[in-house]
Design a binder for this molecule. Structure first.
Ligand code: TRP
Length: 331
């Protein structure tokens, strides 16, 4: 009999459209991992309401993110793609784990500190306990691996601490998960300020390329990318962060390494590099957009996937939750 596959869990927030950073930094890795692992990819909509959301917008963007997972190539028959809010076990386990998490631990989370600094008018307790819900997401599925960006490593460490604490008291209930960070840290920076991470909420529309941007928009944004006056295509993050960011994007899309890319554009100006990056990114997103449009027009198919996969996720999650409840001593 085939050996049981290791389990992988990851999720993305259901806010706004996905951009080139989400794709190259996360989604593309998820694709390559989906053969090796049994994968659960959630649209983590419960996490999204720590910031105030417009209901219609949240509903639409949640569905868009879910469809983009599929459009990007994740096979919903193989990977479990579902909305977090459709599986009540997430919130139930989060409550329980909250009783095994110290306030001091939550206070130390740097994302909590950043988010509260940005949301002074709405420092709700959901922002504070956010990492507990995240721990519940992961532990419900007994995940071995969790692909995350560097900004989530601290949350993952807390998840491990909570799981180990629980296991110390009740026996081996939870698998201790490991962060999966990928070989290349494909961290995509803003096209307008390469000192900042690319963000969908950037005020400057040219800072961020969305997966669903039109081809000419993608190329235009790349042409407008901020570079420098050194006039050499060289990978030097310190002195040429803008050019290096473009090289990173180009490298991630083409698989070429930095030496090859420097050689390709040696003697040329930045214009050639920018156009090449724009065209390559547009080419990468073309089939995804096409598939997305098909999914958008096939409501019944997508609805079916949403329903079936939520049931599959619930089956696994409820097993863990049941064990936890028994261990704790609930009647
Ligand atoms: N907090 C993650 C982020 O903002 C999203 C997330 C929620 C997540 N639950 C998760 C990621 C579980 C990995 C595993 O990016």
């Amino acid at each position: 009999m085939a050996e049981k596959k290791k389990v992988l869990f990851s999720g993305m927030q259901a806010t706004g459209s996905l951009h080139v950073g989400n794709y190259l930094g996360a989604l593309r890795n998820w694709l390559t991992l989906s053969d090796e692992y049994e994968c659960f990819y959630s649209v983590v909509d419960l996490h999204s309401i720590t910031i105030r959301q417009d209901p219609a917008v949240l509903r639409k963007s949640s569905r868009d993110v879910l469809m983009l997972y599929i459009a990007a190539g994740l096979d919903p028959d193989k990977c479990c793609i579902y909305y977090q809010s459709h599986v009540p076990a997430h919130t139930e386990l989060a409550w329980i784990l909250g009783c095994f998490t110290y306030i001091g631990e939550l206070n130390r989370m740097s994302q909590f500190k950043d988010k509260t600094a940005k949301n002074l008018s709405n420092i709700n307790s959901g922002l504070h306990t956010y990492p507990v819900l995240q721990a519940a997401d992961i532990l419900l599925f007994q995940a071995d691996a969790v692909p995350v960006g560097r900004d989530q490593v601290q949350h993952l460490e807390l998840c491990r601490d909570i799981a180990e604490r629980f296991n110390m008291i009740y026996g081996d209930v939870f698998t201790i998960p490991a962060a999966w960070l990928g070989k290349t840290a494909a961290k995509v920076m803003s096209l307008q300020d390469p000192g900042k991470k690319m963000s969908k909420s950037d005020e400057n529309v040219n800072a961020c390329i969305f997966v669903r941007d039109e081809r000419d928009v993608i190329i235009k944004k790349c042409k407008r990318a901020v570079t420098d006056s050194l006039m050499q295509v060289k990978y030097d993050k310190e002195n040429q962060p803008g050019v290096s960011n473009l090289i990173d994007i180009y490298s991630a899309c083409t698989g070429k390494n930095t030496d090859e890319i420097e050689a390709e554009f040696a003697g040329g100006g930045y214009k050639e590099l920018k156009i090449a990056v724009g065209e390559t990114v547009a080419d990468t997103f073309e089939p995804i957009k096409k598939r997305f449009a098909e999914l958008e027009s096939d409501k019944a198919y997508v609805d079916g996937i949403i329903k079936e996969n939520a049931a599959r996720a619930a089956l696994v999650a409820n097993q863990t939750l049941q064990t936890v409840k028994e261990k704790i001593g609930f009647p």
